[in-house]
Design a protein around this ligand. Structure first.
Ligand code: ACO
Ligand code: AKG
Length: 415
């Protein structure tokens, strides 16, 4: 049986902490509904300490009775806990720095005082009937012995989970594995890993943490979050399915729409190269790749686009070869004569260089029709038989003009 891993989506909390990102209450609710529909089991819905509007938004989410655990992020203070209770959430993440750097700089506390606060606040929250997770902010820079005491104290006081945060994104997969493996081996409660992407390693670190024994992982849609963001839901869920074989319960085919939804609400355009959901990540231009793909899609495709509800696309551009051009032309009922192929490749390359872009299907057909007309008028001996009627090779006006689209049928589309 596949190992179960639980993703805790914090798009609506850490994601919204990205500079300038604001979700309206309606957007929060819509995103929460979409997250639940895609199979996310837990959503960190917000920070009640931010005040009445945030509490109201959280209350509205709670009222939806979604089939997910809604949890609220709280500092480890009575005020934050009371705000969370007012919002109606059944679960809280009570956060306190684990590193000496943050304990001293932010709170002027030492390790002993921190343990006392954890014991007291976790006890209070558990006594109020809440599911309690303890957020170890900056765990990656924490003294390891203190971290062990934090977990032991939290568990004893009634916490059900501990969250190890790589708050400033300084771990790599090796150090993540080492820290999480040690904690998971000793922890009497579940471990969650919360990675940040400052070094572009959040997803890799999250996979390493899961491999090391974390049963829960924080993610955000598109990796939206503080600074360089968090581990991306779509990357972690897809990588888990493909590489690890663990069961996250996420409907991978729902991810592109979910990402588009969050990108619109966050007003953050998605990069074309964003793994899984980016516009170009299943699009191929290079001649050698397309020639290989057309023979066997496994030649240049590690991730089957259908797995995540996407389609493969072939585009024509500076790097196209004759096979790709012939393939695209054939889709509009035109045969690329082998004698014309090299000239066509050169023409396409010139066009792409002039426009610094791909050559659309319509442009390709126009180029081809123009070239065949020219070849015909010049009486080209190897392309048009000398006796041929030039009308036969003029633009085939009834041939379908291919359109670019990323929607619709999963046949190969091109632009
Ligand atoms: C790594 C993370 O993502 S942590 C989560 C970060 N999230 C946020 O900051 C959410 C948005 N924040 C806010 O809206 C505001 O900062 C509020 C409402 C939370 C607090 O606002 P203010 O009362 O004006 O405090 P301010 O933002 O100036 O400073 C933060 C305070 O929290 C305290 N604090 C920080 N972390 C913790 C903690 N884990 N436990 C207890 N107190 C904490 C700081 O020491 C500071 O206290 P001080 O005012 O006594 O110096
Ligand atoms: O303490 C936590 O719950 C984690 C907070 C967080 O977002 C972080 O440390 O990056």
């Amino acid at each position: 049986m596949k190992r179960q891993v639980f993703l805790n989506d914090t798009t609506l909390r850490d994601g919204e902490q990205a500079p300038g990102v604001v979700f309206t209450t309606v957007e929060k609710l819509e995103i929460a509904v979409s997250l639940a529909a895609s199979g996310v089991p837990e959503i960190e819905i917000g920070t009640p300490a931010m005040g009445a509007d945030e509490i109201e938004a959280i209350r509205a989410a709670v009222a939806k009775r979604l089939p997910v655990r809604l949890t609220a992020w709280c500092r480890m203070t009575s005020q934050d806990l009371e705000a969370a209770i007012e919002s109606g959430v059944p679960a809280v993440n009570l956060s306190l720095p684990a590193s000496d750097i943050q304990l001293a700089a932010k709170l002027g506390l030492d390790q002993t005082a921190a343990l006392q606060i954890i014991e007291h606040m976790v006890g209070c929250a558990a006594a109020r009937g809440l599911f309690v997770a303890v957020g170890c902010e900056d765990a990656s820079r924490a003294d390891r012995d203190h971290l062990a005491r934090v977990i032991e104290t939290a568990a004893r006081a009634g916490a059900s989970r501990v969250r190890l945060a790589d708050t400033v994104g300084v771990l790599d997969p090796f150090s993540t594995f080492e820290i999480v493996a040690r904690v998971a081996a000793q922890s009497p409660i579940d471990v969650e890993f919360h990675g940040h992407n400052d070094l572009g390693l959040a997803t890799a670190n999250t996979l390493a943490a899961i491999r090391a024994g974390a049963r829960h992982a924080s993610v955000t849609v598109l990796g939206l979050g503080e600074r360089a963001g968090n581990a991306a839901l779509e990357e972690v869920a897809t990588a888990m399915a493909v590489l690890d074989g663990a069961d996250t319960g996420i409907d991978l085919t729902a991810l592109p729409d979910l990402a588009a939804h969050v990108a619109r609400a966050a007003r953050r355009p998605t990069a074309a190269i964003k793994p899984v959901v980016g516009g170009d990540v299943f699009t191929h231009e290079s001649g050698i790749h397309v020639a290989g793909l057309l023979k066997d899609s496994r030649s240049y495709q590690g991730l089957d686009p259908a797995l995540v509800g996407r389609c493969r696309r072939i585009v024509i551009g500076k790097h196209s070869g004759a096979t790709a051009i012939a393939h695209v032309l054939s889709e509009s009922g035109r045969d690329l004569d082998p004698d014309l192929a090299a000239a066509m490749v050169a023409r396409v390359r010139r066009k792409a260089a002039e426009t610094k872009s791909t050559v659309t299907a319509t442009q390709l057909v126009e180029l081809y029709d123009k070239m065949t007309s020219e070849a015909c008028l010049a009486g080209s001996s190897h392309f048009i038989p000398p006796t041929a009627d030039c009308a036969q090779v003029s633009p085939a006006t009834n041939a379908p003009t291919p359109q670019f689209s990323d929607q619709g049928e999963c046949n190969e589309l091109f632009r």
